[in-house]
Design a protein around this ligand. Structure first.
Ligand code: AKG
Ligand code: FE2
Length: 350
C-alpha cells in the first residue's frame, strides 16, 4: 500500500473512531425528525467539501438553527421585537442571545412567590453515567396553557390549581420564546399543520448560597433553552462557546470527555467562552467574555448541530440532530444571595 493511501485511510479511520466516541456522548436519535427532513439533505450536500469524510456536521443553517433574522445578526448587534425588549447576539457557536426585559418585575415576583408558597423539591445530584451534579438547588414545574391550539387539555394536577398566576406567566413566556426563537423549519411545518417539536413546562429553580450545577449539556432533545434570571443573580458559564473575533476557543478545541469529573478544567471563567453574571457581580471585568444581566433578563441558546451522512455507511449514524458540545454550560456556585431562574425548553419530537 502506498504511504499516501495508507495515510488517507488512517486519517479517515481516526475520524470515524473519533466521531463514534463523540457520538456515543452527544448523539440523540430522532427518527421522526430525520424522516421529515430527509429531503433537505441534498441542500446540505452541496456545501460539503468532497474528501474522505463520509459525513459532515453542519453548525449553521440547518433545521435546528435560530430563525434567519436572528442567525444573520453580528455579535453585539441588537434587535427590538417588542417595546422595551431587546435581543443582543452574544456568541456564534453555540448561538447565544441575550434578551433584555424578557419579563416584567410583577411577573418575576409572582413566579417566585407562587413557587415559594407551593414548595419546591430538592434537585440534588442526578444519577447517570454522565456527570451531572446539582447542589443546594430546588425545583418546581409550571404547566403553561397550550400555545398552539385553543383546546387546552385540562388534566389538572394540584400544581396548576395552586399556581394560577404562574401558569399565565408561563404561557406568555412560552409563547414569546416560540415567537422569537423557534427555528424557521418548525415554523414552516407548523404553518402546514405539523408540530414537530414540543414545549416543556416552565421549570423554576432556586439555588441556596453555595448552590451550583456542574457542566452539562441540556440533552433530552432540547434544541432550544430560554433561561430567565428572576432575581438578578446569574452565573451561567459556557466554557467552550466561541465569541467571534476572540483568539481563544478556536476550532482547535477537542470535544471534552463528559464522563470525566473535570470537564472544562483547562478553561478559565471570565477569559474563555462566555459567562453571564449579575449586574452587581464584581468578580469579572465586563468584556465580550463577560456579560452582565439584570432581573427579568433572559438568555436563549441552541444546543444541537446537524449531522449529514452522505452515503448511508452503517458505521456512521444517519442524518439528523447531534448535540453541539460547545453548548455545554454550568451554573456557577452561588455567592451571598440565593439565585432564582426559570427555564423554558423546546424539544424536537423523537
Ligand atoms: O443555573 C444556571 O445558571 C444554569 C442552569 C442550567 O443549566 C439548567 O437548569 O439546565
Ligand atoms: Fe443547563
Amino acid at each position: 500500500m502506498e504511504i499516501k493511501t495508507f495515510l488517507s485511510f488512517a486519517v479517515f479511520f481516526s475520524y470515524v473512531i473519533e466521531v463514534n466516541s463523540f457520538i456515543s456522548q452527544f448523539r440523540q436519535h430522532s427518527p421522526r425528525l430525520q424522516h421529515s427532513t430527509h429531503h433537505q439533505s441534498s441542500r446540505y450536500k452541496q456545501k460539503a467539501t468532497v474528501d474522505l469524510k463520509e459525513f459532515e456536521i453542519f453548525k449553521t443553517n440547518h433545521p435546528l438553527s435560530p430563525p434567519s433574522d436572528l442567525l444573520d445578526l453580528e455579535i453585539g448587534e441588537k434587535v427590538n421585537p417588542y417595546k422595551n425588549m431587546t435581543i443582543i447576539k452574544l456568541a456564534s457557536n453555540p448561538h447565544i442571545y441575550l434578551v433584555k426585559n424578557f419579563i416584567e418585575p410583577s411577573q418575576r415576583e409572582k413566579l417566585i412567590e407562587e413557587a415559594t408558597d407551593k414548595g419546591m423539591e430538592y434537585s440534588g445530584t442526578k444519577a447517570g453515567d454522565i456527570v451531572k451534579q446539582r447542589v443546594n438547588s430546588y425545583t418546581t414545574w409550571v404547566k403553561p396553557h397550550s400555545i398552539v391550539s385553543a383546546d387546552d387539555n385540562e388534566d389538572e394536577t394540584s400544581t396548576e390549581e395552586v399556581m394560577h398566576g404562574a401558569r399565565k406567566i408561563a404561557t406568555v413566556m412560552t409563547k414569546i420564546s416560540s415567537l422569537i426563537f423557534l427555528p424557521d423549519f418548525f415554523r414552516e411545518h407548523l404553518a402546514g399543520g405539523e408540530k414537530l417539536f414540543h414545549e416543556e413546562n416552565l421549570q423554576i429553580v432556586k439555588y441556596d448560597v453555595d448552590g451550583k450545577f456542574d457542566v452539562h449539556h441540556d440533552g433530552l432533545s432540547r434544541f432550544l433553552t430560554v433561561l430567565t434570571y428572576l432575581n438578578g443573580v446569574a452565573g451561567t458559564w459556557f466554557p467552550y462557546a466561541i465569541v467571534e473575533g476572540a483568539a481563544d476557543n478556536d476550532d482547535e478545541d477537542e470535544p471534552p470527555n463528559m464522563h470525566a469529573g473535570n470537564v472544562a478544567s483547562e478553561k478559565e471563567i471570565g477569559k474563555d467562552g462566555i459567562v453571564i453574571v449579575g449586574n452587581d457581580d464584581d468578580r469579572f471585568e465586563e468584556s465580550r467574555h463577560v456579560v452582565k444581566v439584570e432581573a427579568g433578563d433572559a438568555i436563549a441558546f441552541y444546543n444541537y448541530d446537524w449531522l449529514v451522512n452522505f452515503n448511508d455507511d452503517p458505521d456512521i449514524p444517519s442524518t439528523g440532530p447531534i448535540m453541539n458540545w460547545r453548548s455545554i454550560h454550568s451554573g456557577l456556585k452561588t455567592k451571598k444571595k440565593e439565585k432564582w431562574i426559570a427555564t423554558n425548553w423546546f424539544q424536537f419530537n423523537e
